[in-house]
Write a protein that binds this ligand. Structure first.
Ligand code: SF4
Ligand code: SF4
Length: 378
């Protein structure tokens, strides 16, 4: 059985669909291409699977033009998991030697170092060794470990301010394996997931910073028959549960736009938690016309930034305008480090939710009786 066989019904449903979700695909919209709509890409996969079209440069491009954002599923009567099915089709491009360069190099790096950055991660994890007791072991994700240590610092500081101290877990030197899944190397992904399950055997709980990692652990692993015993929660979820212990500071007098990251929102159903945190931190939040299940994508998933970098940035640019307007003076806030990077690549100001919460939590509390200069109150 090939990876594509599991999605036979999904390919067929799409191929015979009157393009109901046609407007929903951010890649199709950003590239102005009907053949890159969910319908177009799934029809290409259907024809390949039926042996009616060869895997060639065109079909390879089609099955790689997807971020796995799940937005099309929100408008689909069958709730077809299009991203999942297209990622499976990518396996055929590996066999045919027709993978896009960006995807092939990701796999090559992963096979050498077990993560997409080609770095040894244990020593990075060791630098975060905590001197104080932690209640919540933190799994930051390899992207923050390698590229965004300040995001880990912000998260640790915010967790302390919320009375829910976190500390970087030793097991976070292992990548969740999402790049293997997205590249279509599904046998390697399953093997990697099984190895992670064995390593996590005695870890009762993890607070996961990157929504993509949490989605991979909680949603993708079970699809491959791998069930973790570890309770996986997102950092956003843990902090929202501890809101009652958050500092009693007034919100920052700022306007920000909020972007529902796909893996956090559609993937894990966490729409209210980040909004509850934001409502504490700032006075005004703008949102796109389409949010939650129907919200837009920032273009960072499915290896799109590596396979179609210009299209990925255009996806982010469009979503930033939806969320925060065309002028660029309002920052886009997101709980996903990849989305933030994509908004920045599109030339927009963007904050990580953790950085914003830290700024809010670090405000000096107003001593009792001290006049509030700004408001002229006593
Ligand atoms: S995802 Fe659903 S609505 Fe979209 S083309 Fe496929 S079957 Fe039609
Ligand atoms: S999962 Fe997202 S990027 Fe992929 S086809 Fe559906 S809407 Fe387009």
């Amino acid at each position: 059985m090939t990876a594509m066989d599991r999605h036979d019904q999904a390919y067929t449903y799409c191929a015979f669909c009157p393009k109901v979700c046609r407007f929903s695909c951010p890649v199709s919209e950003a590239s102005h291409s009907e053949s890159l709509s969910a319908w177009g890409k799934m029809t290409a996969a259907h024809l390949v699977h039926e042996g009616k079209r060869p895997i060639d440069a065109g079909t390879s491009k089609a099955v790689h033009a997807c971020t796995g954002c799940m937005r099309c599923s929100s408008f689909c009567k069958h709730e077809n998991t299009v991203g999942d099915a297209l990622f499976a089709a990518r396996e055929e491009t590996i066999k045919a030697g027709l993978q896009p360069k960006g995807s092939a190099s990701t796999l090559a790096t992963f096979s050498q170092s077990q993560n997409p950055f080609g770095r040894e991660l244990s020593s990075l994890v060791d630098t975060w060794k905590s001197d104080t007791p932690v209640r919540y072991p933190l799994f930051p994700g390899c992207s923050s470990l390698v590229k965004r240590p300040e995001l880990i610092e912000d998260t640790l500081a915010v967790s302390r301010a919320f009375g829910a101290p976190m500390g970087v877990a030793k097991v976070s030197s292992r990548c969740c394996g999402y790049p293997l899944y997205a590249a279509g190397s599904h046998d390697a992904f399953k093997e990697h997931a099984q190895a992670n399950a064995a390593v996590l055997e005695h870890v009762p709980e993890l607070s996961v910073l990157d929504p993509g990692c949490a989605f991979t652990f909680n949603v993708v692993y079970p699809q491959f028959g791998v069930q973790l015993k570890t309770r996986i929660r997102t950092v956003v979820e843990v902090l929202a549960d501890n809101l009652a212990h958050a500092p009693h500071h007034p919100p920052l007098e700022e306007t920000v736009g909020y972007h529902d990251a796909c893996h956090l929102g559609r993937g894990l159903g966490q729409y209210d938690q980040p909004r509850a945190l934001l409502a504490k931190a700032v006075t005004k939040v703008t949102e796109a016309a389409s949010i939650r299940r129907e919200g837009g994508c920032a273009g960072g998933g499915g290896l799109l930034p590596r396979t179609m970098p210009d299209v990925a940035v255009e996806v982010a640019r469009r979503q930033a305008i939806e969320v925060a307007g065309a002028q660029g003076d309002v920052a886009v806030v997101t709980a996903c480090a990849t989305s933030k990077r994509m908004f920045e690549r599109a030339g927009r100001k963007s904050y990580d939710l953790m950085a914003l919460l830290r700024r809010w939590a670090d405000q000096r509390p107003q001593p009792l009786g001290e006049p509030d200069q700004k408001r002229g109150e006593t």
